[in-house]
Design a binder for this molecule. Structure first.
Ligand code: NAD
Length: 264
């Protein structure tokens, strides 16, 4: 199975990446280097996480060609957007960001998006998109933008599968990217009886079953772990596939409800 997707502007993006939310600044360099070693090339950070500099240090220290790495970051404010993008470029030690998202609805989002479009046209950002934009907020951007969002990052796990958003995005050529694919471990997800029984049948872990479920649905995923072993485990999802029946069993776990109270 392909390990990348082709976005609506032909940019190739890994379907499985590594998220660094809640990784302390001091640990980020080590974690991202471990992630690179485990084979991840997509790194998902944000200005709000305060650890872009650690990601940048790892990019530099990795010795990997920049074009082999895919960096996502997210804007944390609608003020001085150009200045914020420049600061991210500096912290990430790069000339370009692969994917830039507005982190959440902040007001004046269309104006923010226009600045992102400008950076896109300059080639300093390779793809742009939105995160935590639902309903009218999302439509307001796509109805008025010049460059369609390539990616929409939303809370997506087996209890909140974003089926409505997915149907809508399909019409508009937008890729869904799941944040918190494990729901941060809430709702006893790692003890869930259905997932336990499926995992047993494939000789895989619950984490691997969850990630495989999203990848098979063409959804980009960015699980987080600070542990090398789990980083590796979370990447070992390209050597098996779930049967149609198991895909349906997991689909039936959807409650269509956020575990974190989104949308705010
Ligand atoms: P997650 O759902 O990826 O859960 C991470 C937790 O799951 C870990 O801390 C660990 O406790 C556990 N875990 C990971 N691998 C495991 C394994 N193999 N076995 C057992 N337990 C395991 O949570 P997350 O970090 O919130 O989400 C992933 C990424 O999504 C973030 O790091 C961030 O990049 C992104 N994110 C974005 C937003 C947004 O608003 N756009 C919000 C939250 C997260």
């Amino acid at each position: 199975m392909r390990e990348t997707v082709t976005l609506n502007n032909q940019v190739e993006m890994p379907i499985l990446g590594y998220g660094v939310y809640q990784i302390p600044t001091g640990d980020t360099r080590r974690c991202v280097l471990d992630a690179f070693q485990a084979g991840y090339r997509l790194i998902d950070t944000a200005q709000h996480y305060g650890n872009e500099a650690g990601v940048g240090e790892a990019v530099l220290a990795s010795g990997l060609p920049r074009e082999d790495i895919f960096l996502t970051t997210k804007l944390q404010s609608n003020r001085n957007v150009a200045g914020l993008i420049e600061a991210s470029l500096q912290k990430l030690r790069t000339d370009y960001i692969d994917l830039l998202l507005i982190h959440w609805v902040m007001g004046n989002d269309l104006a923010t998006y226009r600045v992102m479009e400008d950076y896109y046209k300059q080639g300093k950002v390779r793809a742009i998109g939105l995160s935590n934009f639902y309903g009218r907020d999302f439509e307001q951007i796509i109805n008025h933008c010049e460059i369609m969002p390539a990616v929409s990052q939303l809370e997506t796990h087996v209890f909140y599968q974003q089926k409505d958003a997915r149907a809508f995005y399909k019409k508009h050529g937008v890729y869904l990217e799941s944040w918190s694919p494990f729901g941060e471990g809430k709702a006893n997800i790692f003890q869930n009886p259905m997932l336990t029984s499926i995992a047993k049948n494939y000789g895989k872990t619950i984490a691997q079953i969850i990630l495989r479920f999203f990848i098979q649905n063409d959804i980009i995923v960015i699980p987080k772990s600070s542990w090398k072993e789990r980083m590796r485990e979370n990447r070992e999802v390209f050597d098996f596939s779930l049967s149609d029946e198991d895909m349906r069993n997991i689909e039936a776990m959807d409650t269509n409800k956020s575990l974190f109270g989104w949308p705010y």
